[in-house]
Write a protein that binds this ligand. Structure first.
Ligand code: HEM
Ligand SMILES: *[C@@H]1O[C@H](CO)[C@@H](O)[C@H](O)[C@H]1NC(C)=O
Length: 500
């Protein structure tokens, strides 16, 4: 009898004791060991704090920066990433901080991005498992390169025409361009990648938009062990709900394609991006077959990556052209010189040099990407540093794009001219100083698509309107996944043709 009693108390005690040891191991021993390992190799940073890491400090700095008013300057690094800005100044260009219990190594030395971004893939160190990534990458490359892009031009032009039609009669009034470009870029990616109109994708976009706000709100939220298992915060429940609904929408679109083939209305699933995905989903070869889950993931990625980024880039470029009238005139002269009043054509688009310089300077100052994250899977030597397993690497491109030591004293000025003789010259031969679309094997698959779309949109606007900034504009860029205006971007349009 007493033996049983002993057992009844001993077992839970033991269990509790083991859980406690494991907890202290994960939340104290491991972080302190990683911290020691990196500190001893000269990499410093804010010290690890139990469970929360540095998240409370980060939240405070981000909150303060987001409400602090700023002048209309392009010196935005301290505003958009206050913690990175202040920790680089304090601890050096490469430093370690703690996102809860996860170690993140921030890299902003210009020699390193190329090395890290090319090596941290292909050696079993990837975020998405290697094989799956290669398969999806192949499909995406196929859908967004060369010939397929040429076929996209008419769809982009048609979408811009719809927008410009709405702008007629708005001359002299304020236009909110971030919103206008949100609709436009949604329409473009819907038409080109998914063969549908904005209306069909509208629900997906709305849900992805909500999801991105939730995600960026929780970027530096600490996950408390056990408690998170028992009690899910409202944000987590909502994002799970959103993810389910997105999955449902995408599956409906896939079903529609399948039905058309089954009913004999079409003889293939289509050759746009969605068509390629549905094809891969039906592939009988196991090596090429895509699961429904992966298909949905791919659609999510492309709806989001294809819209959100170009939306931001267009809005920031128009803001910069509205402020810098001289460059606006130069860009317009080039556009009229090449296209006259005709719609942009692929051959002409390739000749737009001034506009490319303007876009690159915008990408430098207001690039949509706020950093590139990689996970280190197992202990590995990178250059002189031995990286412990299971830490994250953040390549801080904003820091590099705004570094006066790389770009010179005029780093915070809008000077597209710095790109006149190409990127190498502009960056003083530091390839790791400018990479708005990433570097290495995982660079952006949509780069040509994005720049072509941007050039078409800007050309068609410049052919018709002179743009000035509204005095009501309040400058406040913030990172919500990509770099966005916190408020709105209001500009005024003046028609260049009396008949418009
Ligand atoms: C101005 C617009 C854009 C910018 C600045 C941009 C930026 C980037 C960057 C920096 C990366 C690398 C991320 C990393 O290394 O972790 C990336 C990857 C990616 N981008 Fe973009 N992007 C843009 C437009 C687009 C568009 C239009 C699409 C699709 C149509 C797209 C699809 C992707 C995909 C699928 C990846 C992941 C590639 C991989 O992991 O292999 N992006 N983008
Ligand atoms: C602009 O940047 C892209 C890469 O981001 C590069 O391929 C292109 O050559 C650059 N153009 C100019 C004029 O700097």
């Amino acid at each position: 009898m007493s033996a049983l009693m002993e057992l009844v108390t001993l077992v839970p005690c033991c269990f509790f004791f083991i859980a406690l040891i494991k907890f202290l191991y994960d939340y104290l021993w491991i972080p302190l060991r990683i911290q020691h390992m990196l500190n001893s190799q000269g990499i410093k940073g804010p010290p690890y704090r139990f469970i929360h890491g540095n998240n409370k400090e980060i939240a405070k700095m981000r909150q303060e920066a987001s409400i602090k008013p700023m002048a209309l300057t392009h010196d935005i690094f301290p505003k958009v990433q206050p913690q990175i800005y202040s920790w680089i100044n304090k601890y050096g260009r490469n430093y370690l901080f703690w996102n809860g219990v996860r170690a993140e190594l921030v890299i902003s030395e210009p020699e390193l991005p190329t090395i890290y971004l090319s090596k941290l893939l292909g050696k079993g160190l990837v975020t998405v498992e290697g094989e799956k990534w290669a398969k999806q990458r192949k499909l995406a490359n196929y859908a967004f390169h060369g010939e397929s892009l040429k076929n996209m031009t008419p769809a982009v032009i048609a979408s811009v025409e719809t927008m410009l039609e709405k702008w007629k009669g708005q001359e002299g009034k304020e236009i909110e361009v971030f919103h206008e470009f949100r609709l436009l870029t949604s329409e473009v990616i819907s038409r080109t990648a998914f063969g549908s109109s904005y209306l069909e994708g509208e629900k997906v976009f709305a849900m992805l938009n909500k999801l991105s706000i939730i995600m960026s709100r929780n970027l530096y939220n600490t996950r408390i062990p056990l408690i998170n298992k028992l009690w899910k915060p409202a944000d987590m429940l909502e994002s799970e709900e959103l993810a389910k609904e997105i999955q449902y929408c995408v599956m409906k679109m896939v079903k529609k394609r399948e039905d058309r083939v089954v009913n004999g209305e079409a003889d293939s699933f289509g050759n746009d991006f969605l068509g390629l995905l549905v094809n891969a989903y039906h592939d009988s070869d196991k090596n090429n077959k895509l699961s429904m889950e992966d298909l949905v993931d791919e659609c999510k990625t492309f709806y989001f990556a294809g819209q959100d980024t170009v939306n931001a880039l267009l809005a920031w470029t128009v803001l910069l052209l509205a402020i810098h009238g001289d460059w606006q005139d130069k860009a317009r002269r080039e556009v009229i010189g090449i296209f006259g009043n005709q719609n942009p054509q692929p051959e002409g688009i390739a000749k737009l040099k001034t506009m490319t310089m303007i876009i690159n300077e915008t990408l430098r100052l207001y690039g949509p990407s706020n950093g590139m994250l990689r996970r280190v899977g197992r202990e590995v030597q990178m250059e002189k540093v031995v990286l412990p397993a299971n830490i994250d690497i953040l390549i801080a491109n904003v820091a590099l794009h705004h570094d006066p030591q790389l770009w010179g004293e005029d780093v915070h000025l809008f000077k597209p001219d710095r790109f006149a003789e190409g990127i190498a010259k502009a960056t003083n031969y530091n390839t790791g100083a400018f990479f708005p679309f990433g570097l290495g094997p995982r660079t952006c698959v949509g780069m040509t698509f994005a720049t072509t779309e941007t050039k078409i949109v800007l050309s068609m606007i410049l052919q018709r309107y002179a743009i000035t900034l509204s005095p009501a504009y309040v400058h406040s860029p913030i990172p919500i996944i990509s770099l966005k205006p916190q408020h709105v971007i209001q500009v005024m349009l003046k028609s260049l043709h009396s008949d418009a």
